[in-house]
Design a protein around this ligand. Structure first.
Ligand code: PEP
Ligand code: MG
Length: 572
């Protein structure tokens, strides 16, 4: 038996078989010259590859039940058109005859040329096509080189995924019904993949450094997401200990759900609002069934990660409307596109080669510099607003000018809807995420132009303490109890309250029960968290008094260092 220690990224205990997932994005392309007499053979290989792929697409199209949404059908039909595009075929043929290079080389060059042409054109639809062309090239090359990448979406057996790293888009695409747990070498508690794991209630241990080198597919693993430990080929004693603990946990979960239906009210009568964070609309109904009073953070960028078609105005409108209807008038806070960092949307970031992406073109900065994309999203939200109680939230606001510019675009989007006689609610609350220290420091100014704050502690920790949230080497520094973080939280809450407006928190700290009494004491009005944490947080709130929490918060703010705060909270 081997025991590996990492970061407890998502709670839960699991015993299962490992599946090593090590994929490389693009195959290595062989490059060699051919003779004129080989041109026909290479052309035949190209046609055969196209034919194999299009046959598979046609088969999938035939298998989609008629009653299913048009979305998948539209995507597949668009793919067929691309693979069979006459211009593309002619360009490949011409490249083959004039360059006398092997077909893989020609496919690569022709697709790169096309991508460059598209990148030079203005407009979102051309940028959207870049991702399509690049996906098509990758598929053709895989087929030509007989590489059949394993897809996490195609899982059909319950496994524990072991990977060097998992992108949020990969985590989102996996068939979660068959993922018992996730184990990765990279990542931290606040990396987006960890957030998705928690939202999906999949236990996860991250930051293992070399776990993927020590675990083989088929190994029996115990994943302890509570302590951040993974056992490889556990001995009998450890196995039976964990089997017992898993049984006990099931019983505890039943107990926690017993406060479902009751409000989160302290013993001395302070009411706290508890909401959920969501990444995909499909989690929606299940997430709200945990007793949440709405959605405090809907990470809308995951629509964009699902592909460009999914992000057009009609599709966004449909997605938001369905969510709002399912919420039955509970408030739903839609955060506008928060792309960049580890959430790379291929069509938007095609030309982007930044040295410091986390400090670069991301989040609201992307939206403000691409008004067509931003306003498309705002119009979709506005139009959906007639179906429920929606709130708009801008991410990563770092100064007043950004907020004012975002608000101007919102006004323009309203005018555009009005011009088309599209109805929308004119009383939508508009808030901002406070996740950059500069925003907390000028919170008193920002709140005059916003209806609410929501504190994003994941990024606030990253930017205040200078800790890359995806880097396991420095994750030990990412401590919410750092006195600087506590001060920024306090400033933000106080600034909101001074203007009679509410302060929420949707960073991971809000769902961490170690901090519940402290945050209540600091005056936080609303906690938004992953659905799995809500029962426990509510249970704690119902057992504490606001007056005691205020005393605790006062003491915490006086502590000189992180360890002192941790000792005070009993979280060290
Ligand atoms: C945050 O930064 O705390 C937050 C909630 O946003 P995200 O995790 O999506 O960056
Ligand atoms: Mg953030």
């Amino acid at each position: 038996m081997k025991e590996l220690s990492g970061i407890p990224a998502s709670k839960g205990l699991v015993i299962g078989k490992a599946l090593l997932y090590l994929e490389d994005a693009l195959p290595e392309i062989p490059r060699y010259s051919i003779k004129e007499t080989q041109v026909n053979e290479e052309w035949r290989r190209f046609l055969l590859a196209v034919n194999t792929i299009t046959e598979k697409i046609r088969q999938e199209l035939n298998e989609i039940p008629v009653k299913d949404s048009r979305e998948r059908r539209d995507i597949l039909e668009a793919q067929l058109l691309m693979f069979e595009d006459i211009d593309f075929h002619e360009n490949v043929k011409h490249g083959l005859e004039s360059g006398l290079q092997n077909i893989e080389n020609v496919v690569w060059d022709v697709s790169q040329e096309l991508i460059q042409k598209l990148a030079a054109l203005p407009g979102a639809e051309f940028r959207a096509r870049i991702a399509d062309v690049s996906g098509m090239a990758q598929e053709l090359l895989n087929e030509l080189l007989s590489i059949h990448p394993f897809s996490l979406a195609g899982l059909n057996e319950a496994v524990i995924i072991v990977a060097r790293d998992l992108l949020p888009s990969q985590a989102l695409a996996m068939n979660k019904d068959f993922v018992k747990a996730i184990v990765t070498d990279a990542g931290s508690q606040i990396s987006h993949t960890a957030i998705i794991a928690r939202a999906s209630r999949i236990p996860a241990v991250m930051g293992l450094s070399s776990g993927s080198a020590q675990i083989k597919s088929g190994d029996t693993l115990i994943v302890d997401g509570d302590r951040g430990v993974v056992f490889i080929e556990p001995d009998k004693k450890t196995l039976s200990l964990y089997q017992k603990m898993i049984k006990e946990n099931r019983a505890k979960a039943k107990m926690a759900s017993s406060s479902n239906g009751r409000r989160a009210e302290t013993k001395d009568g302070r009411l706290i609002t508890l909401k959920v964070n969501m990444e995909t609309p499909s989690e929606f109904k299940k997430a709200l069934s945990c007793g949440a009073e709405g959605v405090g953070l809907y990470r809308s960028e995951f629509i964009f990660l699902a592909g460009d078609k999914a992000a057009d105005e009609e599709n966004q409108y449909r997605t938001y409307s369905e969510m709002l209807k399912a919420a039955r008038n509970l408030p739903v806070t839609i955060r506008t596109l928060d792309a960049g960092g580890d959430k790379i949307i291929p069509s938007l970031f095609q030309d982007s080669d930044e040295k410091n992406p986390l400090l670069g073109w991301r989040s609201i900065r992307v939206s403000l510099s691409m008004p067509d994309i931003f306003k498309t999203q705002l119009r979709a939200i506005l139009r959906a607003s007639v179906h429920g109680d929606v709130r708009i939230m801008f991410p990563l606001i770092s100064g007043l000018a950004e907020l004012e510019q975002a608000l101007r675009f919102l006004e323009e989007a309203k005018t555009e809807c009005a011009a088309k006689k599209q109805p929308y609610s004119d009383t939508i609350p508009v808030g901002i995420m406070v996740e950059v220290p500069s925003a907390a420091l000028i919170a008193n100014r920002l709140i005059k132009k916003a209806d609410f704050f929501s504190i994003g502690t994941n990024d606030m920790i990253q930017y205040t303490l200078g800790v890359d949230r995806g880097n396991e080497k420095v994750s030990y520094l990412a401590r919410p109890e750092h006195p600087a973080i506590l001060r920024l939280i306090k400033m933000t809450i106080d600034a909101a309250h001074k203007q009679g407006k509410p302060a929420a928190m949707c960073g991971e700290m809000a769902g961490d029960t170690r901090f519940t009494p402290l945050l209540v004491g600091l005056g936080l009005d609303e906690f938004s968290m992953n659905a799995a944490a809500l029962g426990d947080v509510k249970h704690i709130i119902r057992g504490i008094s606001f007056a005691e929490c205020q005393k605790l918060a006062k003491k915490a703010l006086q502590c000189a260092g992180t360890e002192r705060v941790a000792a005070l909270l009993g979280s060290s």
